[in-house]
Design a protein around this ligand. Structure first.
Ligand code: G3H
Length: 534
């Protein structure tokens, strides 16, 4: 077990006065807002929200900064949000599910217009809560609202296509996409804004009332948007709850009234949620779960360029990306050279506080994670692995660890570390890497580094059937957001992208008649919103 690093302790500020003035928090920024049935309320409790960032005081271990009292929604708040969403859906007869595309797009654009002035405030809240570098928090905000606008444009295009009548086999039909019902949206803390709103906005724009349960960390960043949601959508259409998952989500799932579960997080939580719903066939699921994406490094790879790309892929935001490279599988002939290049690249990363320029490694939001990471490394070392560099930690800071010779029997070889550890294992034949991906319980993405078509081509063919995106000489990632984002096995259910998300939050529904009566479809455009292209 690594000892507490005094060097790392010294990177934490000693007091709030050591934080640059623009990033200091003020008491009125708590943003503790619940949104239930169109009404904003402040359910303040004594329990504080804790920051990833710590303050050091004297010889005591650094303590997490407190960001104000948490708003813990009660089971009654949760039931009220459900009742409001059910009323807004009204068996599909509510105003929102029957609203025209123009009306829904208008409400979403109105929401974006109210949210955009909060850019810096939300990025700062996100930075304090999850410890993400401030520049990346700004990028996350911008990416999210670009996604929102592109979603609006994609829906207008989709509706334009589906407005065309279809004739076949003597029948005429008008096929449209219809909403699914009450949707529970739960995103993860690592993309606490982006992965919440890239579920929420497509769900809403397709006509589904939503209940948002904010992530474990990243509560403030989402709650700050509650007033914009309240002002932009009809009462009950968008509800937002913060607090304890078991208290809030249990009653929602057990009610059987949730029609869609949109969840990005762990398989364990997804399984627990699904088991609570009494009608498994009625429930639609959109799930993003675990991944152990490998970097497969072939003998002819450009070692320096590959090391640079792997370090970025493995350690951006401390490795806390579902798409992060979580395992390096390298041809044994270049193992030594690659490990040396990785160590050199890691040594150039700046460890520090998230408001500092150029910082990559920052405090982790889960204070228990460093000790858990330590356990993974220790177990791998007991089984024969070697720590090349890093692994020291202090409070919420964990210095990135490069661990070589990680054996298949170790937990680090199999489990998703979701943190700043780069495990390296060697192979003699690239097919061994394919077998490792095949044996894994997850299958999101893989990266291949190398250029010999005779080796890369067949590898692509094997991996394309084991994961859902093969990256050549580049790290794994979700974006650009027009690309389909999904996974096989225990990694995902459903596909997300700007256009795919519109499809997963809706179902095709049609009105058909005999071709000789096709004019009747047009005649109904006056009285049926479903049949008119608005
Ligand atoms: O945590 C998973 C994120 O969707 C990853 O997104 O690959 O663009 O960083 P990214």
């Amino acid at each position: 077990m690594a000892a507490m690093s005094r060097d790392l302790v010294s990177l934490f500020p000693a007091s709030p006065e050591e934080v640059p003035a623009t990033f200091r928090r003020t008491a009125d920024e708590t943003g503790l807002t619940l949104l239930v049935g169109g009404a904003l309320s402040r359910a303040v409790t004594g329990k504080p929200i804790r920051s990833a960032v710590c303050f050091r005081e004297g010889a005591a271990p650094p303590a997490q900064a407190e960001l104000g009292p948490a708003a813990l929604a009660s089971a009654d708040d949760s039931r009220a949000a459900l009742a409001a969403a059910v009323a807004a859906w009204k068996g599909g007869r509510g105003e929102w599910p029957r609203a025209s595309t123009r009306e829904r797009v208008g409400a979403v654009r109105d929401f974006a217009a109210r949210a955009l002035p909060l850019r810096e405030t939300i990025a700062t809240a996100l930075m304090w809560e999850v410890g993400k570098p401030y520049s990346e928090c700004l990028t996350e905000f911008d990416r999210t609202f670009e996604y929102v606008e592109k979603t609006c444009a994609a829906l207008v295009e989709l509706e334009g296509q589906s407005a065309r009548p279809l004739t076949s086999g003597g029948f005429a039909a008008r096929i449209r996409r219809a909403p699914l019902g009450v949707t529970l949206c739960m995103g993860p803390y690592n993309y606490a804004l982006n992965e919440v709103f890239t579920l929420v906005i497509p769900a809403l724009i397709m006509g589904n009332p939503v209940i948002i349960k904010t992530p474990r960390y990243g509560v403030l960043a989402n709650a700050l948007l509650a007033p914009a949601l309240a002002a932009s959508f009809p009462a009950g259409v968008a509800n937002l709850l913060t607090g304890d998952g078991a208290t809030i989500v249990g009653p929602l799932m057990a009610s059987g009234a949730i029609d869609v579960l949109a969840f990005i997080g762990s398989q364990k939580t997804a399984g627990a949620l699904l088991r609570q719903h009494p009608h498994p066939y009625r429930l639609r699921t959109v799930l993003g779960m675990g991944a152990k994406n490998p970097a497969i490094v072939l003998a002819d790879a450009d070692v320096e360029a590959t090391a640079k790309e792997i370090v970025s892929g493995a350690l951006t935001f401390n490795g806390q990306r579902c798409t992060a490279l979580k395992q390096v599988l390298v041809d044994r002939r270049i193992e030594g050279a690659l490990v040396g290049a990785l160590a050199a690249e890691i040594s150039r990363l700046r460890v520090g506080m998230p408001w500092e320029d150029g910082v990559t490694i920052t405090p982790l939001p889960d204070p228990n994670h460093p000790a858990w990471l330590d356990g993974l490394v220790d177990e791998a070392v007991e089984r024969g692995a070697r720590v090349v560099c890093g692994g020291a930690h202090a409070a919420t800071l964990y210095e990135p660890a490069l661990v070589a010779g990680v054996p298949p029997a170790s937990r680090l070889f199999v489990e998703e570390q979701f943190g700043p550890i780069v495990p390296v294992s060697a192979f003699d034949d690239p097919m061994e890497a394919v077998d490792i991906v095949d044996r894994s319980s997850v299958g999101q993405q893989a990266s291949i580094f190398g250029s010999d078509p005779a080796v890369v081509g067949p590898l692509v063919d094997h991996l394309a059937n084991l994961v859902c995106r093969v990256n050549l000489n580049t790290q794994c990632r979700r974006g650009p957001d027009v690309f389909p984002f999904t996974g096989r096995k225990d990694s995902a259910i459903g596909t997300l992208s700007i256009s795919d998300a519109l499809r997963v939050f809706s179902i095709r529904s049609l009105v058909a008649t005999k071709e000789k009566d096709a004019a009747a479809l047009e005649a109904l455009e006056e009285t049926s919103a479903f049949l008119s292209a608005q």
